[in-house]
Design a protein around this ligand. Structure first.
Ligand SMILES: Cc1ncc(COP(=O)(O)O)c(C=O)c1O
Length: 416
């Protein structure tokens, strides 16, 4: 028997043994585990009966305060890297805020638009790939053309971005996840951020949809800082270009957190005007309880350290298993993120869907191949998103083994 045949026999045996355990594992869920949610258990008892008055005397039980409580805006000003008067604190889900910002622009235009973005002619967004499926879903639902741009080690292919944005006035926005991107963990370099902030755009109302969802979600002791896009854009004469989003979904409670927005004064005015017919004000009780729990930037950091203690070992387990089983396999690689919620696994061209299928047959659910690309189609069928935070550590280890066996199997099969 040849070496190759032996290797393939042992792969089949390993995969079969894994499958015969009839496990029910899931690596699709990019959400905090119950243990992480427990870190914020105190929120459920806050602010406590009788404690409903904000520092300025606002009765948080009542209507009003569209921009968010002043102390909540102060609390998150550091995370958002903007002065409190350029911060909006809204109800849970920054995705909802991103959705609303896009639909407001479609319906009414931005503060720099001559017409609504939905005016005849059609518009496009630049979409660094691999990326976040829910960004793409917003575009798909509203008929916004998606132009993929390759994401490299230091951010999107900036030469290509500059070329496209300068030439095409129908390109109105670009999705950006500047820190610990979903799913690659990419961190944009300061040089790339400065070029995004300063590049000429054919559309005078071009926007960077700056989704900083993982601003404080470090996986190492190195709390990476990136360039301040709001400051840079203002310095280069494009103050209204960035719309910065974040949330406490993966700081406190994913389903009961706060969404955060920061932008230029003109954009803040624009958003508040658009929100006015939508709501009389946000849930200020939730804002008050977050202020009581987190207190200040140091409080946020301390809580994030506790999250890191829970999830960093899960990431390390996946990386250890991949390192042990997959090192040296041609065209197989994976990211080693320093933060965020995902690892991105690349397999040989045309094999990602097969890996996901093999994993499923062996009792392991993986995010569908293609989800990381516009319209759910990865043209190379290479990228698989791995989400290790939610299962228990023991299950993460088992699941990583399952991924490795599925990759080895798919790589051993003849080309389709
Ligand atoms: C990049 C990114 N942005 C936004 C979200 C959703 O954030 P929120 O819970 O604030 O809606 C996620 C969730 O996985 C994400 O990965």
């Amino acid at each position: 028997m040849t070496d190759t045949a032996q290797a393939s026999d042992s792969t089949q045996a390993g995969y079969d043994a894994f499958k015969s355990r009839r496990l029910d594992l899931n690596l699709t869920r990019g959400k905090p585990s119950a243990e992480q949610l427990d870190l914020s258990a105190a929120l459920l008892a806050l602010p406590g009966s009788g404690d409903h008055q904000a520092a300025d005397g606002t009765d948080c039980r009542n209507y009003g305060g569209l921009q968010g409580l002043p102390e909540a805006r102060r609390l998150f000003a550091g995370l958002m890297e903007a002065p409190p008067d350029q911060v909006v604190v809204a109800n849970n889900s920054s995705l909802a805020l991103m959705h609303d910002a896009v639909t407001f622009a479609l319906l009414k235009g931005t503060c720099d638009s001559a017409a609504a973005w939905s005016a005849p002619g059609g518009i496009a967004f630049l979409c660094p790939v691999p990326g976040y499926d829910r960004h793409f879903r917003i575009c798909e639902d509203y008929g916004i053309r998606m132009i993929p741009v390759a994401l490299g080690d230091d951010g999107p292919d900036i030469d290509e971005v500059e070329r496209l944005v300068a030439a095409d006035p129908s390109i109105k926005a670009m999705w950006c996840m500047p820190k610990y991107s979903n799913p690659t963990g990419t961190v944009y370099s300061d040089a790339v951020i400065e070029r995004l902030a300063s590049m000429p755009a054919a559309a005078p109302d071009f926007r960077l949809l700056w989704d900083n969802a993982y601003a404080v979600h470090h996986l190492t002791a190195d709390r990476l800082a990136i360039a301040n896009v709001l400051e840079l854009a203002a310095r280069h004469g494009h103050a209204n270009r960035p719309l910065v989003f974040a949330s406490t979904s993966k700081i406190t409670l994913a389903g009961a957190g706060l969404a955060l927005f920061a932008a230029s004064p003109a954009n803040i005015k624009w958003l508040l005007a658009r929100l006015t017919p939508r709501t009389i004000g946000p849930d200020k009780i939730n804002q008050l309880r977050h202020v009581r729990l987190l207190r200040d930037a140091a409080g946020i950091e301390a809580l994030m350290d506790r999250h890191r203690a829970i999830i960093a070992p899960k990431f390390q387990t996946v990386l250890d298993v991949f390192g042990e089983r997959l090192t040296g396999l041609p065209d197989v690689s994976w990211t080693t993120p320093k933060g965020g919620y995902f690892i991105s696994l690349s397999v040989p061209r045309g094999r990602a869907r097969r890996v996901v299928q093999l994993a499923k047959e062996a009792g392991l659910e993986l995010t569908p191949a293609g989800a990381t690309h516009p319209y759910g189609k990865d043209p190379d069928d290479r990228v698989i998103r791995i989400a290790p935070t939610f299962p228990e550590l023991r299950d993460v280890a088992l699941a990583a083994e399952g991924v490795a066996w599925s990759v080895l199997m798919a790589c051993g099969e003849p080309s389709a």
